[in-house]
Design a protein around this ligand. Structure first.
Ligand code: 0YR
Ligand code: MG
Length: 378
């Protein structure tokens, strides 16, 4: 037992941070603030680990997460060595009373924050950024693609203008835009407007956020090759495995998904059934870095590329994407980066490699001053 990293306190927090332009929409969600819901774990000799997860900043549901962290996981951690990440993850994941009420969902989201804080401590104790602790960077430069110009709340022309600026001025090689409205013909027009604006060489992906049903998607699919898309993301409902298999068999454009899948087993089922082409795990859903790495290894075994999903989990995902050999590209969304001591940064379309020890999750004190919410009602 390393007493220096013995856990002495587990302190959850909730931050609500405004998004770009005060409001964004995809086909399924309207968001004004991003919820940075997480935990600070203190250890005996003063080392602190931070972990967080992303929400739509709804205080009542955010408090379900912080209550799970402080009341269910906290007591399991006190006195334990924070560096025993795998064992502690299993202890929390398999804790029977918690598992009984939440085999996925809120418990996974809470565990994601805790697991990340443990990895943060482990990397800080080693004096290394997480990507180095995980084996080192597998690429010299990790390419970023930008989603923050493509919201469904913007007009097609506004999306086209912002995507063109991202490519031509900011140096991105790729962008992703939202589709999945009630008018698929208008969405095809939207894609065409953007493709024309950014030119033939830029990478373009579209994200339906699970909104359309199979017939709608099948009617749109034959038109998509005109726009040379990297992928269609979450084309139909998240858990519809047979639907995705049928779609993959009849649509020429590759399918990306995973931001709503909660388990390694679900990734195994989707991948082995041939239901997707780009694997998009998010530490938020799969209960942390520990399980994310297993999903990425699984993808590697099938020679499928991994795209860590972002939703502003980029602070951590950049470490994983640099370290994992299956990872090729990483989404960029800039809403919360200024809350962190070492914000992620994209230069000419590539992510800077983080330099500070830890998982990239250490929050600045002024982020708490500006954005903190009460974790429980007074
Ligand atoms: C709103 N990324 C996504 C936004 C994002 C959402 O929830 O963050 O569009 O999760 O689909 O690929
Ligand atoms: Mg998505």
């Amino acid at each position: 037992m390393n007493h220096e990293t013995s856990i002495t306190a587990v302190e959850p927090f909730i931050l609500h941070v405004p998004v770009t332009g005060n409001m964004i929409q995809d086909s399924t969600h309207t968001v004004t603030h991003w919820g940075v819901v997480g935990v600070r774990i203190r250890t005996a000799h003063g080392l602190e680990g931070y972990g967080y997860t992303g929400t739509h900043a709804h205080l009542a549901s955010d408090r379900l997460i912080t209550s799970c962290i402080s009341e269910s996981y906290g007591p399991l951690l006190l006195g334990e060595d924070a560096c025993d990440v795998q064992r502690l993850w299993a202890k929390m994941y398999n804790h029977a009373p918690v598992q009984w009420v939440g085999r996925t969902g809120i418990t996974h989201i809470a565990l994601a924050a805790v697991d990340t804080a443990l990895w943060d401590i482990k990397a800080k104790a080693a004096g290394q950024p997480l990507w180095r602790l995980l084996g080192g960077a597998t690429v010299e430069r990790l390419e970023a693609y930008n989603t923050d110009g493509g919201w469904l709340s913007l007009s097609p022309q506004a999306v086209a203008d912002s995507c063109r600026r991202l490519i031509e001025v900011e140096g991105y090689r790729g962008v992703k835009i939202k589709i999945g409205s009630d008018n698929p013909k208008a969405d095809l027009k939207r894609i065409e407007t953007v493709r024309n604006a950014i030119g033939a060489d830029a990478r373009l992906a579209v994200d339906c956020n699970g909104r359309w049903n199979l017939p709608t998607m099948l009617s749109v699919a034959p038109h998509l090759p005109d726009f040379d898309l990297m992928w269609v993301e979450e084309p139909i409902f998240y858990d519809d495995l047979p639907g995705h298999v049928r779609l993959a068999q009849s649509m020429a454009t590759p399918i990306a998904l995973g931001e709503q899948l909660y388990t390694l087993d679900s990734f195994r089922d989707f991948i082995s059934a041939g239901a997707l082409h780009w694997v998009q795990p998010d530490i938020t859903r799969v209960a942390g870095i520990t399980e994310w790495l297993r999903v990425a290894d699984l993808a590697l075994a099938f020679h499928l590329p991994v795209l860590a999903h972002v939703s502003d989990m980029g602070q951590v995902h950049v470490h994983l994407a640099y370290a994992h050999p299956a990872s090729t590209l990483l989404e960029y969304i800039p809403w919360i980066k200024d809350c962190f001591v070492e914000p992620i940064h994209v230069r000419e379309g590539y992510y800077d490699l983080p330099q500070q020890p830890g998982a990239g999750t250490t929050l600045r004190p002024d982020a708490f001053e500006r954005y903190a919410q009460q974790t429980s009602p007074r």
